[in-house]
Design a binder for this molecule. Sequence first.
Ligand SMILES: [Zn+2]
Ligand SMILES: [Zn+2]
Length: 137
Amino acid sequence: MSTKGSCACGDIEYQFTGEPKVTALCHCIDCQKWTGGAFTSNAVVPRESFSVTKGKPNTWDAVGASGKINKHFFCPRCGSSLYTELEVMPDVTCVKAGGLDGGAASLGNKIDVEFYTKDRAGYLGASEGAKQEPQFG
Ligand SMILES: [Zn+2]
Ligand SMILES: [Zn+2]
């Protein structure tokens, strides 16, 4: 079984097979800046299960709190935030769930963990049942 996603303009398409290892919200400032939203929702999937099937994303590197590179992939035409690959987590791809198609953007309404809750907007509550991490891990 594969889950498909795409950018807003349709130039980029991607997919992953199997279930996400983890579903996570991230409230960090970087995620807010990059997406223009209050947080990112993420399907964290094994990197070998993920592939871009159409187009070629652009990338942008940020240095994370760890001092390691956090590589951001986005559509060069419409700018949609697609996924990140963190040097500190070399085995996984963090797919930004808002791009997932066919209802998968909701991540099954089951969030395993929330990161950077210290930066969470005051109008948002904790997702029920999600582990709460003030920063990253
Ligand atoms: Zn696009
Ligand atoms: Zn973040």
